[in-house]
Design a protein around this ligand. Structure first.
Ligand SMILES: [Fe+2]
Ligand SMILES: [Fe+2]
Length: 275
């Protein structure tokens, strides 16, 4: 496409690839633009990267993690409810657990400086947007497909064998981090294994416990806070595999950037993206 894309078309492509009908609350176009053929894409883009994008003549800066829409982004955490219900957690339990977590995030969000990067992008006249949940959903599907395929072939495979298998995905192979058995014995069977991802942030202690209480043996997070892990270790009911944040984000980001490149857009990957 020689005349480039608009920020709206870039967002629409991500939504289409993720199967979303609307822009989720953790994603936004802060400064719209058109005729975009060179993009600076980063998992995190701060003020320095926005200045770099302007100085180096990029047509747009696109981040994965939210900045400006963060005060309302907590709503995306409610996706944990749908994901848990799809895996057999009773809907009322799933909703209660997700709503409690979302409420904590809603209160915490008032502390955030939500306009720092957007205000800079406006001043620079730099088209700027972030795409979070849609790319995480692309990654969630890619990784869950690998998990399901591997465990279908070997239903008694151990946690460590599952971790080894996932490490063969290109982004994990290239990453500086490794999938980690955070809870459970590495040699124990992975059993029913669910990747909990693409719901703003990890579900911590409460979401993992809800899965364990309803037939899931292994909860797979891309990251997990230390306090939540300590609580889970204090009352072990299941197993937790932690994949690594940046590697897992890259699994969802790369198919999207490849699709942009297939449309003739030049993309520079920065800010942690593992190519
Ligand atoms: Fe992500
Ligand atoms: Fe992330």
């Amino acid at each position: 496409m020689s005349d480039g894309m608009t920020t709206e078309e870039i967002m629409a492509l991500a939504l289409e690839m993720a199967g979303f009908d609307e822009v989720p609350a953790d994603s936004a176009i802060y400064v719209p633009g058109r005729g975009i053929s060179r993009i600076l894409f980063g998992i995190d883009l701060g003020p320095a990267e926005l200045m770099l994008a302007r100085q180096s003549g990029y047509d747009a800066a696109v981040a994965h993690h939210p900045t400006g829409c963060a005060p309302g982004g907590w709503r995306v955490y409610l996706r944990h409810a749908e994901q848990m219900a799809a895996r057999g957690v009773p809907l009322e339990v799933a909703r209660r657990v997700a709503e409690e977590g979302a409420e904590r995030l809603r209160r915490a969000a008032v502390a955030q400086n939500y306009d720092r990067e957007p205000s800079l992008a406006r001043l620079l006249g730099l088209p700027y947007m972030n795409i979070h949940c849609p790319l995480d959903e692309i990654g969630r599907r890619r990784i869950q497909k690998e998990i399901d395929r591997f465990l279908a072939g070997d239903p008694s495979a151990s946690l460590s064998a599952l971790a080894e298998h996932l490490k063969q995905m290109p982004e994990f192979r290239a990453a500086a981090t490794e999938p980690d058995v955070a809870l459970g014995r590495p040699e124990a069977p992975a059993g029913r294994a669910v990747l909990s991802h693409a719901a703003l942030t990890n579900g911590g202690y409460a979401v993992a416990q809800a899965y364990f209480a309803h037939g899931v043996d292994t909860v797979i997070y891309i990251h997990l806070g230390e306090a939540d892990l300590m609580r889970l270790r204090a009352e072990p009911r299941g197993q937790v595999l932690v994949l690594g944040h940046i590697a897992s984000d890259s699994v969802g980001i790369n198919p999207f950037l490849d699709a942009l490149e297939a449309r003739g857009i030049e993309v520079t990957r920065i800010g942690g993206v593992i190519p």
